[in-house]
Write a protein that binds this ligand. Structure first.
Ligand code: MAN
Length: 381
């Protein structure tokens, strides 16, 4: 076998036997088959694998732990590498990949590369790796190291207990923080959606045609009612026209589709289309005639042809524009004397801005005006 020839090392010197005898007192032998075998075979063996290294009445050969071969127990730790996994030489450096187990009684056991065994350096705190070195004498300082280690462990235990108690508090805090975060997240998401919708609505408003000087814009968000013998009609300018029966049935008479007056008076009429499909007929639609009045009011409703409705709506927005044309005048440069006054003006402007914001918000809501009743209601359609 190649690893036998390749890793053949000089045989163990006679002083090894003396060391082995010395080791014997802390490596108890379970079977009385051969003390010489047991002591030597157990050098460098991890206690968890110990049973594999003890000859019994029925088993007098050592089986390589990887199953790569079977050798006599004499061949274990004989400084000659027989097993591919180096398991026959845990206590010598005969195999290049062997591992040596340091007992390190009083401290922490460890394994070191078997190549470090008897190399003249103390690698195990109990000195067991240098059992056959004459050039160096290793001091067993495992107990001192262990003392230090145990003291550290003790300190860590105290810290650990205190820390664990605080950790429990962290856990509780984390739980309630997560709950709060979840609630806030949901709330912010809702607010974000509301804001996004508001942004869209405002963008649409600013891009919409509300007539000259946007004079019809104040009507957006308002609804005007007219009641006849059978129905209550509603006109929500720039949104929809609706018919409600006395029994509460709600029929859509069209959605805002645009201004449709003649070319020379386009803002005199509005069109609402694609309302509820008429039975055996077209989708309901409404034309709103818009004329000048001192108030905004739905004054009459008719259905000249089935499912085609005509609303008469009066509003000051349709009255002639008598304002003098607005001219942008450049502001004069401020003198020091006028700057105090300017601060006051700014202050009053801020107040106005707040009021305007209030107006915009209100304007997003829908107000209802009853054409047959002078009272104005604010409710949802
Ligand atoms: C409902 C109302 C009427 C309409 C008929 C058409 O009764 O909407 O205005 O004329 O349906 O079937």
């Amino acid at each position: 076998m190649y690893w036998q020839t390749r890793f053949k090392q000089p045989s163990i010197s006679s002083s090894l036997l003396l060391v082995l005898l010395h080791l014997a007192h802390f490596l108890p032998i379970s079977k009385a088959t051969s003390q010489r075998y047991s002591v030597r075979t157990l050098i460098g063996v991890d206690p968890n694998s110990r049973s594999h290294y003890e000859p019994t009445q029925t088993e007098t050969n050592f089986k390589c732990l990887d199953g790569s071969g079977i050798v006599s127990f004499d061949a274990v730790n004989d400084d000659y590498c027989d097993c591919r996994d180096a398991s026959d030489e845990p206590g010598t450096s005969a195999c290049p990949h062997g591992r040596f187990f340091c007992q390190n009684a009083g401290y922490i056991p460890k394994t070191i590369p078997a190549g470090w065994v008897n190399d003249g350096r103390c690698d195990c705190c109990d000195g067991s790796d240098e059992y056959n070195t004459t050039s160096i004498s290793c001091v067993d300082d495992c107990f001192i190291l262990g003392e230090h280690w145990r003291a550290e462990q003790e300190k860590f235990k105290v810290i650990s207990e205190q820390g664990s108690a605080i950790r429990s508090q962290y856990k509780q805090l984390a739980k309630s923080k997560r709950e709060n975060a979840t609630i806030l997240l949901e709330q912010y998401k809702r607010e974000l959606t509301d804001r996004e919708n508001a942004v869209k609505a405002l963008e649409q408003d600013l891009a919409a045609d509300f007539g000259p000087d946007s004079v019809y814009y104040p009507l957006k968000g308002e609804c005007f009612k007219y009641t006849d013998r059978e129905y209550v009609y509603s006109l929500c300018p720039f949104e929809r026209a609706v018919q409600e029966s006395q029994g509460g049935a709600h029929t859509e008479l069209g959605r805002w589709s645009g201004w449709n007056g003649p070319a020379n008076n386009i803002y005199s009429s509005q069109k609402y289309e694609n309302g509820l499909q008429c039975w055996n007929g077209p989708a309901r639609s409404t034309v709103v005639s818009v004329t000048c009045g001192v108030e905004s009011k739905l004054v009459s409703v008719s259905e000249p042809s089935r499912c085609e409705y005509t609303f008469d709506f009066i509003t000051p927005a349709a009255c002639p524009d008598t304002d003098p044309p607005q001219v942008d005048i450049e502001e004069p440069a401020l003198t020091e004397a006028s700057s105090d006054l300017n601060e006051e003006e700014n202050a009053s402007l801020e107040v106005e801005e707040e009021t305007t914001e209030g107006f915009v918000d209100e304007n997003l809501e829908t107000s209802v005006h009853d054409g047959n009743n002078e009272n104005t209601r604010h409710d949802e359609l």
